[in-house]
Write a protein that binds this ligand. Sequence first.
Ligand code: GLN
Length: 536
Amino acid sequence: MSKTKYIFVTGGVLSSLGKGVASASIGNILESYGFSISIIKLDPYLNVDPGTMSPFQHGEVFVTDDGAETDLDLGHYERFTQASMSQKNNMTAGQIYHNVIQKERRGDYLGKTVQVIPHVTDEIKSAIMALDGDVDVVLVEIGGTVGDIEGLPFLEAIRQVGLEMDDSDVLYIHLTLVPHIATAGELKTKPTQHSVRELREIGIQPDILLCRAEYPIPQSIKKKIALFTNLKESDIVSATDAESIYEIPLSFKSEGLGNTILKKLKLEKLSDDSQVWQAWVDRARNSTEEVVISVVGKYIRLKDSYKSLFESLYHGGVANDVNVTFDLLESDDLLEWNLDEKFKDSHGILVPGGFGLRGIEGMIKAVEFARTRNVPFFGICLGMQTASIEFIRNVVGVKDAHSDEFSKSTPNKVFVKLKELVNIEEMGHNMRLGEFSCILKKDTLVYDIYKSEKIYERHRHRYEFNPKFENTLKENGMIISGKNPERDLVETIELPTHPWFLGCQFHPEFKSRPLSPHPLFVSFIAAAKKFKQSKK
Ligand code: GLN
């Protein structure tokens, strides 16, 4: 393999322009040309990883096979490309400073004053180079927006990388906004001009601008932006709002972005294949039937909290040729509602993961409704825990059944802290994290879905099903259909008397990709589709 080339993606004007999806889309385009890629996200905040943050801060915490708790953009990277993410693909300023301070304490810099330049920037550069030689192209997305104080050492580091390498080995792509001002009926270029100027003051001249806009940017506007930013018109790419994020690689490609990148990096296409992706996008677009899934969670007011979950349900929908509509319900509010009324149009109920007591009783009520009304039910992690607690409370009759996480005083703890975490109060990276195997029992729903005896899924939780209650479940009709073989931990539960009732301790949403939708989501949506038909 020839030496690795680097593409740096920065953002300007404001956040939430979709830098993650843009980076993932560029990865997708390069793969369609036959190149191997990986994508690294550098986050300028000071947390060592996003694991200790509430989902309300930056959305979901995405978990990789190797158990890294990472930024949700890594989910996009995996869903848009064939790359597998690991700890090396996400680095925060907190981790960088942590490494630098550890080195200082060890005496590695002995005699020197430790400074942002060169010590912190060198540490950032070694994070950037972590995958050097492994793939043809590494994309590096810098979190935040140009002008953020925290982002400066990162921009300085990528400036240095550009200086140290050949021009054709490094590319700077800047994502900006070209707002449409309705009263003037015009697309405005000034914010983009300012953003590029800010980048140039730091010493980085972008090679390509991706301009987010509500409408395709006309040539005259591209010409203006090019003139003010020291670029060619062909380097200004219109990044128009798309109906589905999965259309973005295709629309970038039709804007000529793929060819521009290849030309600048002096790369020759090895192939050019977007047909399978295009076919999937077309299939998604042609689905007309609608299936409504109620998601009963505790972080509902921020949709990003469940990013991978919504994407997985969408993939499952496409596989069934249906559009999935989400009915988002804050679990706390459920206690005040008439559920027959609330779930009237619902074809499936899903309780996703979460931490802490708030919202638990509402989730339990939703589980009870799904169980007793035969509505397809999918419980993920906390959802599986609340499903077990509901069953033991309402079917077995142990009214004070709970999880140790939510009630220290109850004698009937259906979930208990993982043995090695008992007496550990430190929160950071202290969970059952990453990929673990699970053995599925034959003649169960879950076995039927996976069609395999041994599966591997990603985990992120502290509490486990209490073995004391295994027989209670079984004797009352719940099946424990999957277990972790090494530690005999309960992984999946199901109700054979119900049309589709499944709980899993792991997070299948981290492994679904458009072209290989996760079987649990495909099956759940199929059950919801069937339920809808039976209601007619
Ligand atoms: N709070 C639960 C636990 O730690 C569930 C975690 C989750 O849903 N990811 O076990």
